[in-house]
Design a binder for this molecule. Structure first.
Ligand code: CO
Length: 295
Protein backbone atom coordinates (compact mmCIF):
# COMPACT_ATOMS: atom_id res chain seq x y z
CA UNK A 1 0.00 0.00 0.00
CA UNK A 2 1.47 3.32 -1.10
CA UNK A 3 1.47 6.14 1.40
CA UNK A 4 0.14 9.37 -0.09
CA UNK A 5 1.91 12.64 0.43
CA UNK A 6 -0.26 15.61 1.28
CA UNK A 7 0.40 19.30 1.81
CA UNK A 8 1.63 20.26 5.25
CA UNK A 9 2.32 23.92 4.62
CA UNK A 10 2.01 26.51 1.86
CA UNK A 11 4.78 29.10 1.65
CA UNK A 12 4.05 32.35 -0.21
CA UNK A 13 6.62 34.15 -2.36
CA UNK A 14 7.90 37.69 -2.44
CA UNK A 15 9.58 39.62 -5.24
CA UNK A 16 13.21 40.65 -4.78
CA UNK A 17 15.92 41.96 -7.08
CA UNK A 18 19.07 39.95 -7.70
CA UNK A 19 22.36 40.26 -9.58
CA UNK A 20 22.38 43.35 -11.77
CA UNK A 21 18.78 44.12 -10.75
CA UNK A 22 16.59 41.44 -12.34
CA UNK A 23 13.34 40.52 -10.62
CA UNK A 24 12.84 37.14 -9.01
CA UNK A 25 9.92 35.56 -7.21
CA UNK A 26 11.24 33.70 -4.14
CA UNK A 27 9.52 31.66 -1.43
CA UNK A 28 9.98 32.97 2.10
CA UNK A 29 12.14 31.12 4.64
CA UNK A 30 14.50 29.55 2.12
CA UNK A 31 17.26 27.55 3.75
CA UNK A 32 15.40 26.93 6.97
CA UNK A 33 12.84 24.24 6.40
CA UNK A 34 13.35 23.39 2.76
CA UNK A 35 16.50 21.25 2.91
CA UNK A 36 18.41 20.67 0.72
CA UNK A 37 17.17 23.66 -1.35
CA UNK A 38 18.72 26.94 -0.28
CA UNK A 39 17.00 29.07 -2.86
CA UNK A 40 14.23 28.64 -5.41
CA UNK A 41 14.27 31.76 -7.57
CA UNK A 42 11.82 32.21 -10.40
CA UNK A 43 13.57 34.75 -12.64
CA UNK A 44 10.91 36.88 -14.32
CA UNK A 45 8.92 36.57 -16.43
CA UNK A 46 10.14 39.98 -17.53
CA UNK A 47 9.83 41.58 -20.95
CA UNK A 48 12.94 43.64 -21.70
CA UNK A 49 13.24 46.35 -24.31
CA UNK A 50 16.38 46.53 -26.48
CA UNK A 51 19.47 47.09 -24.28
CA UNK A 52 17.57 46.62 -20.99
CA UNK A 53 18.22 42.99 -20.00
CA UNK A 54 20.41 42.48 -16.94
CA UNK A 55 22.20 39.47 -15.47
CA UNK A 56 24.60 38.66 -12.68
CA UNK A 57 28.14 40.03 -13.25
CA UNK A 58 31.24 38.19 -11.92
CA UNK A 59 30.66 36.63 -8.48
CA UNK A 60 31.95 33.60 -6.55
CA UNK A 61 30.19 30.52 -5.12
CA UNK A 62 31.37 27.90 -2.63
CA UNK A 63 29.73 24.98 -0.83
CA UNK A 64 26.67 24.19 -2.97
CA UNK A 65 25.29 23.74 -6.49
CA UNK A 66 23.42 26.19 -8.72
CA UNK A 67 20.90 24.88 -11.22
CA UNK A 68 19.82 27.24 -13.98
CA UNK A 69 16.80 26.29 -16.10
CA UNK A 70 15.67 28.66 -18.80
CA UNK A 71 12.08 28.87 -20.09
CA UNK A 72 12.30 32.02 -22.23
CA UNK A 73 15.14 34.26 -23.31
CA UNK A 74 18.83 33.57 -23.84
CA UNK A 75 21.76 33.72 -21.43
CA UNK A 76 25.50 33.34 -21.66
CA UNK A 77 27.98 32.43 -18.97
CA UNK A 78 31.70 32.35 -18.39
CA UNK A 79 33.78 31.22 -15.43
CA UNK A 80 37.19 31.25 -13.78
CA UNK A 81 37.93 27.71 -14.98
CA UNK A 82 37.69 28.81 -18.61
CA UNK A 83 34.23 27.35 -19.27
CA UNK A 84 31.75 29.36 -21.28
CA UNK A 85 28.51 28.68 -23.05
CA UNK A 86 24.97 29.79 -23.58
CA UNK A 87 21.56 28.80 -22.32
CA UNK A 88 18.44 28.73 -24.46
CA UNK A 89 14.84 27.81 -23.57
CA UNK A 90 14.63 24.30 -22.14
CA UNK A 91 18.38 24.07 -21.43
CA UNK A 92 19.65 23.08 -18.01
CA UNK A 93 22.96 24.02 -16.45
CA UNK A 94 23.78 22.09 -13.28
CA UNK A 95 26.86 23.68 -11.76
CA UNK A 96 28.53 22.21 -8.72
CA UNK A 97 30.50 25.07 -7.20
CA UNK A 98 32.14 22.78 -4.62
CA UNK A 99 35.29 24.44 -3.27
CA UNK A 100 34.88 27.41 -5.53
CA UNK A 101 34.00 28.92 -8.83
CA UNK A 102 33.83 32.54 -9.99
CA UNK A 103 31.44 33.16 -12.84
CA UNK A 104 29.16 35.61 -14.61
CA UNK A 105 25.67 34.91 -15.85
CA UNK A 106 24.49 37.53 -18.32
CA UNK A 107 21.88 37.98 -21.04
CA UNK A 108 23.20 36.73 -24.38
CA UNK A 109 24.50 39.72 -26.36
CA UNK A 110 21.95 39.14 -29.14
CA UNK A 111 19.13 38.95 -26.61
CA UNK A 112 20.42 42.10 -24.91
CA UNK A 113 20.39 43.84 -28.27
CA UNK A 114 16.92 42.68 -29.35
CA UNK A 115 15.17 42.52 -25.98
CA UNK A 116 12.37 40.03 -25.35
CA UNK A 117 10.79 37.88 -22.71
CA UNK A 118 13.03 36.34 -20.08
CA UNK A 119 11.84 33.62 -17.69
CA UNK A 120 13.53 30.79 -15.85
CA UNK A 121 14.75 29.38 -12.59
CA UNK A 122 17.86 29.37 -10.52
CA UNK A 123 17.80 26.85 -7.73
CA UNK A 124 20.54 26.43 -5.13
CA UNK A 125 21.07 22.88 -3.91
CA UNK A 126 23.08 22.50 -0.73
CA UNK A 127 25.96 20.03 -0.48
CA UNK A 128 26.61 17.90 2.60
CA UNK A 129 29.71 18.90 4.59
CA UNK A 130 31.67 15.97 3.13
CA UNK A 131 31.19 17.33 -0.42
CA UNK A 132 31.32 21.10 0.10
CA UNK A 133 34.98 21.25 -0.99
CA UNK A 134 34.64 18.83 -3.93
CA UNK A 135 36.05 19.73 -7.34
CA UNK A 136 33.76 22.09 -9.24
CA UNK A 137 31.93 20.59 -12.21
CA UNK A 138 29.38 21.48 -14.85
CA UNK A 139 26.65 19.38 -16.35
CA UNK A 140 24.97 21.07 -19.28
CA UNK A 141 21.94 19.49 -20.88
CA UNK A 142 20.53 21.24 -23.96
CA UNK A 143 16.76 21.01 -24.36
CA UNK A 144 17.18 18.58 -27.29
CA UNK A 145 18.87 16.04 -24.98
CA UNK A 146 16.82 16.70 -21.90
CA UNK A 147 14.27 13.92 -21.27
CA UNK A 148 10.61 14.86 -21.59
CA UNK A 149 7.53 12.70 -21.26
CA UNK A 150 3.85 13.23 -22.02
CA UNK A 151 0.87 11.18 -20.89
CA UNK A 152 -2.85 11.96 -20.79
CA UNK A 153 -2.53 15.74 -20.88
CA UNK A 154 0.47 15.92 -18.54
CA UNK A 155 3.87 17.00 -19.93
CA UNK A 156 7.10 16.88 -17.93
CA UNK A 157 10.76 17.69 -18.41
CA UNK A 158 12.83 15.59 -16.03
CA UNK A 159 15.74 17.79 -14.93
CA UNK A 160 16.79 15.39 -12.16
CA UNK A 161 15.31 12.18 -10.81
CA UNK A 162 12.26 10.49 -12.33
CA UNK A 163 8.73 11.27 -13.53
CA UNK A 164 6.20 9.01 -15.31
CA UNK A 165 8.91 6.37 -15.85
CA UNK A 166 11.39 8.79 -17.47
CA UNK A 167 14.73 9.37 -15.78
CA UNK A 168 17.22 12.24 -16.04
CA UNK A 169 20.87 11.68 -16.91
CA UNK A 170 22.06 14.40 -14.50
CA UNK A 171 24.39 13.01 -11.86
CA UNK A 172 23.50 14.53 -8.50
CA UNK A 173 25.68 14.43 -5.37
CA UNK A 174 22.69 13.70 -3.14
CA UNK A 175 19.40 12.23 -4.38
CA UNK A 176 17.47 15.08 -6.04
CA UNK A 177 14.21 15.20 -7.95
CA UNK A 178 13.57 18.27 -10.09
CA UNK A 179 10.78 18.07 -12.64
CA UNK A 180 9.02 20.78 -14.69
CA UNK A 181 5.38 19.82 -15.21
CA UNK A 182 2.55 21.27 -17.31
CA UNK A 183 -0.91 19.85 -16.72
CA UNK A 184 -3.94 20.43 -18.93
CA UNK A 185 -7.28 21.10 -17.24
CA UNK A 186 -8.84 18.07 -15.52
CA UNK A 187 -5.72 15.91 -15.47
CA UNK A 188 -3.91 13.91 -12.82
CA UNK A 189 -0.26 13.01 -12.18
CA UNK A 190 0.96 10.37 -9.77
CA UNK A 191 4.53 11.28 -8.79
CA UNK A 192 6.63 8.73 -6.94
CA UNK A 193 9.05 9.77 -4.20
CA UNK A 194 11.59 8.11 -1.99
CA UNK A 195 9.60 7.98 1.23
CA UNK A 196 11.94 9.98 3.46
CA UNK A 197 12.97 12.74 1.07
CA UNK A 198 11.63 16.24 1.62
CA UNK A 199 9.19 16.96 -1.17
CA UNK A 200 7.76 20.25 -2.39
CA UNK A 201 5.87 21.73 -5.32
CA UNK A 202 6.42 25.27 -6.64
CA UNK A 203 3.48 26.47 -8.74
CA UNK A 204 4.09 29.24 -11.29
CA UNK A 205 0.87 29.03 -13.27
CA UNK A 206 -2.65 27.85 -12.50
CA UNK A 207 -3.42 25.74 -9.47
CA UNK A 208 -3.05 22.16 -8.28
CA UNK A 209 -4.50 20.14 -5.46
CA UNK A 210 -3.30 16.98 -3.78
CA UNK A 211 -5.48 14.02 -3.09
CA UNK A 212 -5.58 13.11 0.57
CA UNK A 213 -6.30 14.61 3.94
CA UNK A 214 -4.52 17.80 5.00
CA UNK A 215 -1.94 17.22 7.69
CA UNK A 216 -0.55 20.02 9.75
CA UNK A 217 3.19 19.90 10.29
CA UNK A 218 4.13 20.75 13.85
CA UNK A 219 7.21 22.64 12.75
CA UNK A 220 7.81 25.75 14.87
CA UNK A 221 8.50 27.78 11.75
CA UNK A 222 5.48 26.57 9.81
CA UNK A 223 4.22 29.53 7.89
CA UNK A 224 0.55 29.47 8.60
CA UNK A 225 -1.36 28.74 5.43
CA UNK A 226 -2.03 25.18 6.45
CA UNK A 227 -4.69 22.59 6.20
CA UNK A 228 -5.49 23.22 2.58
CA UNK A 229 -4.64 20.92 -0.26
CA UNK A 230 -4.40 23.55 -3.01
CA UNK A 231 -1.22 25.24 -4.18
CA UNK A 232 -1.69 28.32 -6.36
CA UNK A 233 0.44 30.43 -8.66
CA UNK A 234 3.40 31.85 -6.74
CA UNK A 235 3.19 29.41 -3.83
CA UNK A 236 5.44 26.62 -2.60
CA UNK A 237 3.61 23.63 -1.16
CA UNK A 238 5.58 21.51 1.32
CA UNK A 239 4.65 17.84 1.31
CA UNK A 240 4.43 15.24 4.04
CA UNK A 241 6.52 12.07 3.84
CA UNK A 242 5.23 9.28 1.67
CA UNK A 243 5.80 7.14 -1.44
CA UNK A 244 3.76 9.19 -3.88
CA UNK A 245 1.73 12.31 -4.46
CA UNK A 246 -1.46 12.30 -6.50
CA UNK A 247 -1.58 15.75 -8.08
CA UNK A 248 -4.81 16.99 -9.67
CA UNK A 249 -5.46 20.11 -11.69
CA UNK A 250 -8.94 21.34 -12.55
CA UNK A 251 -7.93 24.44 -14.48
CA UNK A 252 -4.46 23.43 -15.67
CA UNK A 253 -1.17 24.26 -14.02
CA UNK A 254 2.57 24.68 -14.46
CA UNK A 255 4.94 23.86 -11.64
CA UNK A 256 8.20 22.30 -10.43
CA UNK A 257 8.36 19.18 -8.29
CA UNK A 258 11.40 19.17 -6.02
CA UNK A 259 12.68 16.55 -3.61
CA UNK A 260 15.88 15.91 -1.70
CA UNK A 261 17.19 14.77 1.68
CA UNK A 262 17.09 16.58 5.00
CA UNK A 263 20.81 17.33 5.49
CA UNK A 264 20.51 18.04 9.21
CA UNK A 265 23.72 20.06 9.30
CA UNK A 266 24.27 23.63 10.46
CA UNK A 267 24.10 26.23 7.68
CA UNK A 268 26.35 29.27 7.74
CA UNK A 269 25.64 31.48 4.82
CA UNK A 270 27.15 34.69 3.66
CA UNK A 271 26.06 35.88 0.23
CA UNK A 272 27.42 33.42 -2.33
CA UNK A 273 29.10 31.12 0.24
CA UNK A 274 27.15 28.42 2.07
CA UNK A 275 29.15 26.41 4.60
CA UNK A 276 28.65 24.73 7.99
CA UNK A 277 30.63 27.02 10.31
CA UNK A 278 31.58 30.69 10.60
CA UNK A 279 35.26 29.67 10.35
CA UNK A 280 34.59 28.07 6.96
CA UNK A 281 32.87 31.26 5.75
CA UNK A 282 35.84 33.28 6.99
CA UNK A 283 38.18 30.90 5.16
CA UNK A 284 36.13 31.31 1.96
CA UNK A 285 36.67 35.08 2.12
CA UNK A 286 40.41 34.63 2.76
CA UNK A 287 40.72 32.21 -0.15
CA UNK A 288 38.67 34.45 -2.44
CA UNK A 289 40.65 37.60 -1.59
CA UNK A 290 44.00 35.87 -1.88
CA UNK A 291 43.16 34.48 -5.30
CA UNK A 292 43.44 30.96 -3.86
CA UNK A 293 39.79 30.18 -4.47
CA UNK A 294 38.96 28.71 -7.83
CA UNK A 295 42.01 26.87 -9.03
CO1 CO B 1 26.07 32.48 -9.76
Amino acid sequence: METQRSIVDVVPTHVVREGGGFKVRRPYRMGKVLSPFLLIDEMGPTVYGPGEAVGAPWHPHRGFETVTYLLDGRMEHEDSAGNSGELNPGDVQWMTAGRGIIHCEEPHREFLHSGGRSHGFQIWVNLPSSDKMMDPRYQEVPSSESPTVEQDGVWARVIAGECMGTTSSIDTVIPITMVHVKMDADTCLVQKFETKLNGMVYVFGGEISLEGEPRVKSHPEAFGIRARQQVRDGELGLLSEGDQATILSKKGAEFLILAGPELNEPIERYGPFVMNTKEEIHQAFIDYRSGNFAN
